[in-house]
Write a protein that binds this ligand. Structure first.
Ligand code: ADP
Ligand code: 5GP
Length: 226
């Protein structure tokens, strides 16, 4: 295996974690980079599984020691970062590595690792995004209006960067989006045929009808740079 670095970004609540879990079930040899964060665990999250939960002091010590490939302050209050060690480990195992990071972090990695393959996941519309954010908060037993509002307004800013990504997927039906993401991974590993065709339709430059409709629903028809 080539040791490909996949960068996945999406507005919070788009279904990125759900989709990534599904694709990891379908494709072998995909390691997931567990990020460091200073935010508190949510719902059933466990330290070392979804994130390495840490303190601001320890995070800042790691920044000073140059232990991050990238890091960013997300939603204005918490640090999130990818440890260089995740990349080193995946390369040692000959595995591909998946980074689930925000747009700021993605742009840093694209500069440092230009051959990384970037994928942006969009929700089909702002209404669906809001519904998913609310459903998730309810399921986790903490509906904080300010948190939902912050995530919704940030979504539009993030969508403006979609033109910097190689691929874009609309997560409407999970099965369809998972097939698309699986196809992208397999095609980037060198497979052709059907997976190549599906991957080609997901290129941001291909401007699929689903992508355009999703961008328009956020009033971003021409502004998103695709
Ligand atoms: P993210 O990782 O992007 O913040 P999650 O994976 O936590 O988002 O998904 C947010 C919510 O949306 C969850 O409740 C999840 O079950 C739901 N969800 C994810 N993908 C879909 C989909 N394709 N259709 C319907 N609901 C979905
Ligand atoms: P959440 O709090 O919903 O888990 O994540 C909030 C945002 O932080 C998401 O957009 C997620 O992709 C991003 N994120 C998670 N880990 C990292 C990371 O290591 N670096 C950066 N830059 N963003 C991250």
């Amino acid at each position: 295996m080539a040791g490909i670095l996949f960068i996945i970004s999406a507005p919070s609540g788009s279904g990125k974690s759900t989709l990534v879990n599904e694709v990891r079930r379908l494709v072998e040899g995909l390691e997931f980079s567990v990020s460091y964060t200073t935010r508190a665990p949510r719902g059933s999250e466990e330290d070392g599984r979804e994130y390495h939960f840490t303190t601001k002091e320890n995070f800042e010590r790691m920044i000073a020691a140059d232990e991050f490939l990238e890091y960013a302050t997300v939603f204005g209050d918490n640090y999130y970062g990818t440890a260089v060690s995740a990349l080193v480990q995946a390369r040692k195992h000959g595995h591909d590595l998946l980074l689930d990071i925000d747009v700021q972090g993605a742009l840093q990695v694209m500069k440092k690792v230009p051959e990384a393959v970037s994928i942006f996941i969009l929700p089909p519309s702002p209404q669906v995004l809001e519904m998913r954010l609310r459903n998730r908060s309810q399921a986790e037993g903490m509906t904080q209006e300010s948190v939902i509002e912050k995530r919704l307004s940030q979504a539009r800013n993030e969508l403006l960067k979609i033109g910097d990504y190689k691929y874009a997927l609309v997560n409407d039906q999970l099965e369809v989006a998972a097939t698309e993401m699986r196809s992208i991974v397999l095609h980037e590993r060198g497979e052709d045929g059907v997976v190549e065709e599906i991957a080609a339709q997901c290129l941001t430059t291909a401007k699929s009808a689903r992508l355009e409709a999703a961008l328009e629903s956020f009033y971003l028809g021409d502004q998103a740079g695709v």
